[in-house]
Ligand binder design. Structure first.
Ligand code: SF4
Length: 361
């Protein structure tokens, strides 16, 4: 069985060699020791929002994920004594903002159908596409089914929102859900979770959820020259009160709304998704043919043909470095990734054939 999910397709599109290291190496794939911080933040935030969508309060949802967040982020704080508190304030603020403003809007228009259920779509015999939608919702007005996807993002620009209108992968995900629930989806919406931006001067994350500004008794979520910085977690009532105060005025409500950029309802372009799926099947069959007996490392010629290297994506000028720089650029890493800071990849889906492989490490 060939098993495909969005992350391995994305990796393959960025660089075929990254797909090899991340998913194919000895049948399981490798990952750097210590997940990249954006992945930790995104996965804990999604987990907290799933609890909220299943009916927990913001406080209860945060209590359920706080220990995991602290355990995974504490080792990354280094000299920055404020880092864990800042990032927890950001995550908590997003959960409170979602619960206080966005979820009531969703529930005004839709009923929740399901939260984070794994869906599968057979593409042809022996090839399955898997997706895990954040939430499927049914519109009250006409009983149509919609899919809602959350994306933590460092941009809340109109360009970011617009980019989803042509995301074939999001459309293919929607079709996967459609097959799985046995009902046609009307469309989908992408909801951004804006993480603010990093201030180059002091490395702090600027967001109305992390820092306010203060002069005497006056306070503002907007930067004011000459005013003193006020970390939100040190403000009376903490981050929950920050969000509650923002939501008590029209301007503050807009400030919170800006943290959740969202697309208009989007529709699946079935012609393009069919083309994408045909290309995907060919590519996955090519990768399958390159796999060696007993998970041996493919010969160099096979590697170069099937998993060519896209050197433009090793250390891009914008975005994150490729996690496999230390295997591609370091001969010792290529020969033995485990001696150079890598571990086996954790399988994420229940049908992943890597489950049970190389359980020694
Ligand atoms: S380091 Fe560069 S060549 Fe190697 S997998 Fe990453 S992007 Fe591809």
């Amino acid at each position: 069985m060939i098993f495909i999910d969005r992350s391995r397709v994305s990796l393959d599109h960025k660089c075929q060699r990254a797909r090899f290291w991340g998913n194919e190496f000895r049948g399981r794939g490798i990952a750097p020791e210590g997940a990249a911080y954006p992945l930790i933040f995104g996965s804990v935030l999604h987990e907290a929002l799933a609890h909220v969508n299943r009916g927990e309060s913001a406080e209860a949802a945060l209590a359920l994920v706080q220990e995991e967040f602290t355990t995974r982020v504490s080792p990354l704080t280094g000299e920055r004594g404020w880092y864990l508190a800042e990032q927890w304030a950001l995550l908590s603020g997003l959960v409170h903002g979602y619960t206080g403003l966005i979820l009531p809007q969703i529930l005004g228009e839709y009923e929740i159908f399901s939260v984070e259920g794994e869906c599968e779509m057979p593409l042809k015999e022996g090839i399955v596409l898997v997706a895990t939608p954040d939430m499927l919702v049914r519109r009250k007005a006409d009983r149509t089914l919609w899919y809602l996807e959350f994306k933590s993002t460092s941009s809340n620009s109109g360009k970011w929102v617009k980019s989803w209108g042509r995301s074939i992968q999001a459309m293919a995900g929607a079709l996967t859900m459609e097959q799985s629930v046995g009902e046609e989806l009307a469309g989908y919406t992408i909801l951004g979770l804006y993480k603010g931006y990093k201030d180059k001067k002091d490395g702090r994350t600027r967001s109305p959820l992390t820092y306010w500004w203060k002069r005497g008794d006056e306070e503002s979520p907007d930067y004011k020259k000459g005013w003193e910085m006020l970390p939100t977690w040190e403000r009376e009532g903490g981050v929950a009160k920050v969000v509650a105060d923002l939501l008590s005025t029209p301007e503050g409500m807009q400030t919170v709304a800006d943290l959740f950029p969202q697309t208009q309802p989007l529709f699946v372009n079935r012609r393009l998704v069919d083309q994408w799926i045909a290309q995907l099947i060919m590519r996955e069959e090519e990768i399958s043919a390159a796999r060696q007996p007993d998970f041996a490392f493919p010969p160099r010629e096979v590697m170069d043909r099937t998993f060519s290297q896209n050197f433009d994506n090793c250390e891009p000028s914008f975005g994150f470095d490729c996690p496999f720089v230390n295997v591609c650029f370091n001969p010792a890493g290529e020969a033995d990734p485990f001696s150079q800071g890598y571990k086996w990849r954790d399988p994420h889906h229940k049908g992943d054939p890597a489950i049970g492989l190389h359980t020694d490490g």
